[in-house]
Design a protein around this ligand. Structure first.
Ligand code: MN
Length: 294
């Protein structure tokens, strides 16, 4: 038995999807937030959509979501099954498959499309992904757009003590392994596989908002929140760890970050600090200032 000086973060609550809908015709999502009204508790994260798992029939007309804008934040797409192709008005493009992550910084504004990749769509199959929206602090909302394709092979895959599972470090660090994602504010993003009966203690910075999303399985966090498929356990920011115990083979996404603590103003694909900035975003989009796809 090892002793620990880490202080578990208190569980705020366990949340089920607050809505289920299609994004375009390619992404059948269950939304955990903002539909659960968790802005303060999950800051700097703005949105979590769990797409699938769902089977798609073979087609020559790939499903997805066509040309649309974003301003003021980042979209992060984590692939589990299937394949997505992206291209945007900043001239960036990329394909992500299982284990890959796309980190797209919309910032001052891009127009992009997100489609099932054509070769994958021709064969069809199971599709499963998560899209997160990560907020930007006020001083970065109007910075130039950026784009990172993060391949599975570049994500450290750390075996956990006792052989209970594995943790992939997408952003932040774990046991000295640093994730490849470049983030604007401090963020930890982990893809965790934990076997039935397994227990993992994850140190996370005091003051960071931390949540655990259950893709599959059944877990408890810090002895309190118990959650199953498509549920989210949200912890309070004080404390320095989460202790996860798996009652079944589980696949989890750990999202943690330093709160930005600024006003959030939303309108569809735009997230700014004030209503006036949203009006400006709509005008700029309509005037073509976020560009077009070629
Ligand atoms: Mn988008």
């Amino acid at each position: 038995m090892t002793t620990s000086t880490l202080i578990p973060k208190e569980v705020l609550g366990v949340y089920r999807p607050g809505s289920a809908h299609m994004v375009g015709d390619g992404f059948p999502v269950r939304n955990l937030f903002p539909s659960n009204d968790l802005d303060q508790a999950v800051d700097p994260f703005l949105l979590l959509d769990y797409a699938g798992p769902q089977a798609f029939e073979p087609t020559d007309q790939p499903c997805g979501v066509g040309e649309h804008p974003h301003r003021g934040f980042e979209t992060v797409t984590i692939m589990y099954q299937g394949s997505v192709v992206h291209r945007d008005s900043a001239g960036n493009a990329g394909v992500i498959g299982p284990g890959d992550v796309q980190w797209m910084t919309a910032a001052s504004g891009v127009v992009h499309e997100e489609l099932h990749e054509a070769v994958w769509a021709k064969k069809g199959g199971m599709f499963r992904a998560i899209q997160l929206w990560v907020n930007l602090p006020r001083f970065k909302k109007m910075s130039p757009p950026a784009y990172q394709t993060i391949l599975n092979a570049d994500i450290p895959n750390v075996p956990l003590d006792g052989g209970v599972g594995r943790l992939r470090v997408i952003a932040g660090a774990f046991q000295g392994h640093k994730g490849p994602a470049r983030t604007v504010t401090p963020i930890e993003l982990y893809d965790l596989a934990l076997g039935a009966g397994g227990r993992a203690e994850l140190p996370l910075p005091n003051g960071h908002n931390t949540s655990v999303f259950v893709l599959q399985g059944l877990v408890s966090v810090n002895g309190a929140g118990e959650a199953g498929e498509a549920e989210l356990i949200v912890c309070k920011r004080n404390g320095s760890s989460v202790v996860i115990e798996a009652r079944a083979d589980s696949r989890l996404l750990i999202l943690s970050g330093q709160p930005i603590g600024e006003p959030i103003a939303r309108y569809g694909p735009f997230v700014m600090n004030t209503k006036l900035e949203l009006v400006q975003a709509v005008e700029d989009y309509k005037a073509g200032k976020m560009g077009h796809l070629l």
